[in-house]
Structure formats: C-alpha cells, structure tokens
Design a protein around this ligand. Structure first.
Ligand SMILES: *Cc1c(COP(=O)(O)O)cnc(C)c1O
Length: 403
C-alpha cells in the first residue's frame, strides 16, 4: 500500500446528505488500515520519503503534514465536520473557546480598530477584551444585546468587529442575528456570534448573515465535561488569517481533544434534543412554583423574545435561570438544598449544574453593572443535563422547600 492509496468505496459519499449524517461522517478520510472509527493521530511531527519530498511539502508545493502545530489529520477531520455543520467554508480548531476569540481578534483586527461587544458576554471574554486587547490599541465598547438603537449609535468609522452571544447567559436574551448582520454590513463591520449555547443543531449564525462563528467546544460539542477546545468558523478569506495566527502563536487543538469532540458531535443532536426537552419541562414547572418569582427561558411564552427565539432557533437551549424568594440568602439556601445537581458554573455537560451568577460567573462585576445586566442576588442558573426529568424536578423541589 502506498500513500497514494485510493480509499475508493471505503469513504462515504456525502453529497446532499442531512445534518445528522454530516455530524456522524463529515471530514473522515480513511487510511490504508480501513479503520471504521476516526483514527487518532497522536504525533507531533511527520516523516518524508526523501529530502526532495520534505522540501516540496515545506514549500507548500504538495499537500502533506509537517508538524502538528500546523496540521494534524484528526484535528482536520474535526474542523471539516464542524464546518459542514455550521455551513462554513472553513473552520479552525483552537485549544479552548477563549483561544478561538483570541485567534479571531489577533488575526482580523489591528491597533486603531474599534470592536463592539454585547454587554452580557462570558466573563473571561470581557477580561480578554478589556485587560488585553485594549493594551494593544484596540478600542472596545459594550452595547446592551437587545437594544438596536444603541447598536446603531455605537458604530464608529473604525468599527471592524461586532461580537455577540445569543442567547445570552444567564438571562437567555436574544439578538435578531439577521437584523444585526445587516446593520454591521451597512457599517462595514464583521459580525461574530458565539454559538456555544445553541450549537449548530439549534442555530446556524452564518446562514443568518453572521461572518464568523465562535465555539467553546468544551460545552455541548464535547457534551460530557472531558476536555477543552474551541472553533472559529467562517469564510476562507478570514480563516486563512486565523490559521496563520494559530500556526505562529500555537494555541492549536490537541488531536486527542479533537477525537473526543468527533465522538461528541455524533450524538450532538440527540443530546441537544433531550437537554432542551428537559429544560422546557423544568422551566414550565418552575414558573408554577410559589417560591419562584420569575423564570428566564426563551421557550416560555412569558419570555419577551419568545417569538424571535421560535424563528431564529430550532429549540430554546438548556440553560435557564430563575429568581427565588429571599434574595441572596434564599438563592444560596436553594442551591445548598439540592443533592443531585452539581454546584458548578460549567454547562453543556450530561450532568446538570446549578450556580448563583451574582457571586460566581458575574461576581467580578460591580453591583451597579450587575443590576444593569439584570442579574439580581436572587437569581439561580441551571444548565439542564441528561438525568431523568423527575429526578431533576425532585432535586429542585428540595431547593424550593428550603426557601
Ligand atoms: C465557556 C465559554 C467560553 C470559553 O470557552 P473555554 O473553552 O472555557 O475557553 C466562551 N463563550 C461562552 C459562551 C462560554 O460558555
């Protein structure tokens, strides 16, 4: 067998297949071993048949792998599969979700550029923009996610990038991605959407007009809390720049993690369906409970953007939050009374999690900023996992009984 071996019928024909099929099969190119699963290329470097071969490959005259900071076949399979699911020309994998945001900004923005960020993004994302990017002469402003007039007014002549999370954490607010994309493009800016909470199964931001998609694969793409990783996806002209930065700076994805994520993608839609069904049932149930003052979940008709969520997403996600009686003490008593759900701020895991945003994920904000973001001391957030619905309900009932 030679390296030019023709895989023939061993590789699937994916012309015109659906999302579920892509999630299971896209990106795989079988080796001469004819393995059925995706091979894990756990290697830092690659060998050549001759000095001339090495020279041609280094010069980029022939395709081939040189070093795993540049390319790795397992990572490439993951990148091709996630690109297929997001409908992207190209996807690039990174060592974490934060590394994806870092790589996007480092490769597409320069000193003197202005970036707009939605106000309620992930805490580390705010630190990355405020503490680091600003140091290099990038201007950053924050805009309330749902205020289109504020978005319109916030653009400047040098606005290069707009970065949003939709739905937001922990209040599940949404932005109309198509509407914001139109505004960004009229102003000559790129729109990037952090699609971590929805995954491509529930929402495809590129199809709605966004230019770039960011993932923390650590969450639902892995789905079982095993490893960290991230993705930037979009048009090849932009991905070429992102690849250049990653190959030089090095926050690339480990092939082992890529292999775990490939297994995660195979069950992503089934898991998301189960996560969302349980979250919907719990949200409806919580809304009926006397100790619960308010539930924030876009699947509820009481949610101000329920109609937008129905239009924009295939389902409503599995992160929901609610306010309980008794302020911070009430929220802590509720959390401490649970026995099954894990007290942790993580999400996108088969194990359900519960957290008090005001003193954990959003604890670094000043009380005024927290109030402005709508995160009260009585707010509790749960990320609904895959346990039996009745067991989750019984655990939350323990919380309610403790109020
Ligand atoms: C977790 C998370 C990130 C960061 O991802 P890491 O993989 O932890 O680096 C970014 N955005 C959102 C919405 C997240 O939930």
């Amino acid at each position: 067998m030679t390296n030019e071996w023709d895989a023939g019928r061993l590789n699937s024909d994916l012309d015109g297949v659906g999302l579920d099929t892509l999630a299971v099969r896209a990106g795989q190119r079988r080796t001469p071993e004819a393995e059925h699963g995706e091979p894990l290329f756990f290697t830092s470097s690659y060998v050549f048949r001759s000095a001339a071969d090495a020279a041609a490959c280094f010069a980029g005259e022939v395709p081939g792998n040189v070093y795993s900071r540049y390319t790795n076949p397992t990572v490439r399979t993951f990148e091709e599969r996630i690109a297929a699911l997001e409908g992207a020309e190209q996807a690039v994998a990174t060592a974490s979700g934060m590394a994806a945001i870092l790589a996007m900004v480092m490769s597409l923005c320069s000193a003197g550029d202005h970036i707009l960020v939605s106000r309620s993004v992930f805490g580390a994302t705010v630190s990355l923009f405020d503490k680091y990017f600003k140091r290099f002469g990038v201007e950053v402003d924050y805009v309330p996610l749902t205020d289109y007039e504020a978005w319109r007014a916030a653009f400047k002549a040098n606005t290069r990038l707009v970065f949003v999370e939709s739905p937001s954490n922990p209040l599940a607010e949404l932005v109309d991605i198509a509407r914001l994309a139109e505004l960004c493009h009229a102003k000559g800016a790129l729109l990037a959407v952090d699609n971590c909470f929805c995954t491509p199964v529930l929402q495809q931001p590129l199809a709605l007009g966004a230019d770039l998609v960011i993932h923390s694969a650590t969450k639902y793409i892995d789905g079982q809390g095993r490893c960290l990783g991230g993705v930037v996806a979009g048009r090849s002209e932009h991905m070429k720049e992102v690849v250049g930065f990653l190959r030089t700076a090095g926050p690339t994805l480990s092939p082992f993690n890529a292999w775990v994520f490939l297994k995660g993608l195979e069950t992503l839609r089934l898991r998301m369906q189960a996560h969302c069904a349980s979250a919907q049932a719990l949200a409806e149930w919580l809304e009926q409970q006397p100790g619960v003052q308010k539930v924030f979940y876009a699947g509820l008709p009481s949610h101000p953007q329920h109609d937008l969520a129905r239009r924009q997403q295939k389902a409503f996600g599995a992160v929901l939050s609610f306010e309980v009686a008794g302020g911070k003490e009430g929220a802590w008593r509720f959390i401490d009374a649970t026995r099954l759900i894990s007290i942790t701020a993580n999400l996108g895991d088969s194990k359900s999690t519960i957290t008090h945003p005001a003193t954990t994920t959003h604890g670094r904000l000043s009380p005024e900023d927290r109030a402005r973001a709508g995160i009260s001391d009585s707010l509790v957030r749960i990320a609904v996992g895959l346990e039996e619905l009745d067991d989750l309900k019984a655990d939350l009932a323990r919380g309610l009984a403790a109020l």
